[in-house]
Design a protein around this ligand. Structure first.
Ligand SMILES: C=C(O[C@@H]1C=C(C(=O)O)C=C[C@H]1O)C(=O)O
Length: 337
């Protein structure tokens, strides 16, 4: 279930909104304009946002004049939220499907609902960008997909000239967990490292270097991270981004098998969650994986959170992990309620 983007298209609302702040930059970029569908085979130029399986992607065109009547667009369809009990049942069934479907790692996600006033989205964005200077923070609103906000720690691809960078970010502890990283967590991470290496190789990158894994703090959680750097041999950054995505950090491995397991067991449409978002320009690209994000409605927010499963995973511990990840937005939202 990935395809429905049901939103209002109230006639007085004519403009879409784009706000983003790149990691470590101080000033956000704010634009009014229009998000429109990126046609199949079309390369974007500028801001782009894609869903999980790149079935729908949108690029942004700025309008010269500001629309004083701007209001946020809200989705019409309420996302499916599951209880802890149902999560356990579904996550166990997801895990049980691994041998049958030939899945080695799969990422299972859920949606958490919380009260929130959608019209406080600007305040939430400003708090997020102040709280998480190393994250890519954004707020987007369009009749195409409603209103989304996020502060993601995960780079999909940075490209400057012929130098391309990406990361493997997988394996999670709560901020105060001090135990060693388990073989299961190291394995989960290694799947992502291997997939990235293969992708860079396949796309004729050279001088591929990696550094990691090491531990990084991302708000309320710690992750294992490996940095990658490589040289492109031709202007194929967009193909590389599409080939990297979705990595086993948000999907699983082998990719097709994991997609099948996710499609058969997740109760909701992922929509823009675990898609990618950011700026694409051949030679100057900054794309991020859309995590630690929420879809905002008039009086509530739906937070999308997930985690990697391997055969040894325990669903209840994975639920805890999604609770920790949800805190990235929850603890900031609480300041505005
Ligand atoms: C899927 C999410 O995060 C991803 C999964 C991780 C994991 O399984 O350890 C860690 C970082 C992200 O790549 C999420 O935040 O929803």
């Amino acid at each position: 279930m990935y395809r429905t983007f049901n939103c209002n298209d109230s006639s007085q609302i004519v403009k879409d909104l784009l706000i983003y702040r790149l990691p470590k930059e101080t000033a956000p970029v704010i634009k009014h304009g229009t998000f429109s569908i990126l046609k199949e085979g079309e390369k974007p130029s500028g801001f782009v946002v894609s869903d999980f399986l790149h079935e729908r992607a949108f690029h942004f065109r700025e309008s010269a004049e500001f629309d004083p009547g701007f209001d946020f667009h809200y989705g019409r369809e309420i996302p499916t939220v599951i209880s802890r009990r149902d999560y356990q049942i579904e996550a166990q069934a997801f895990l049980n499907s691994f041998p049958l479907l030939g899945v080695e790692k799969g990422v299972f996600s859920r949606i958490k609902q919380t009260p929130f006033r959608g019209d406080r989205a600007f305040d939430l964005f400003h708090l997020l960008e102040n709280t998480y200077p190393h994250a890519f923070c954004y707020l987007i609103s369009s009749a195409e997909f409603g209103t989304w906000i996020g502060a993601t720690p995960e780079l999909l691809m940075n490209q400057e000239g012929m130098v391309c960078k990406t990361v493997a970010l997988a394996g999670t502890h709560g901020e105060n967990e001090e135990h060693e990283w388990t073989p299961k967590e190291l394995e989960e991470h290694a799947f992502v490292v291997d997939a990235i290496k293969e992708t860079l190789d396949r796309n004729e990158c050279v001088e591929i270097e990696s550094d990691g894994p090491y531990v990084v703090q991302a708000g309320p959680v710690q992750h294992l991270k490996t940095d990658f750097k490589a040289l492109l041999t031709k202007p194929n950054a967009w193909s590389i981004a599409l080939d990297l995505h979705p990595t086993p950090a948000v999907c699983g491995t082998p990719r097709r098998n994991a997609i099948e397991a996710i499609a058969s067991r997740e109760m909701h449409d992922r929509e823009l969650y675990t898609g990618f978002i950011g700026l694409f320009e051949e030679g100057n690209t900054n794309l991020f994986v859309n995590l630690r994000c929420a879809q905002l409605f008039r009086d509530k927010a739906f937070l999308y959170v997930g985690g990697g499963f391997t055969i040894d995973s325990i669903p209840d511990l994975e639920w805890e992990e999604t609770e920790h990840k949800a805190e990235t937005l929850m603890r900031v939202m609480k300041k505005i309620l």
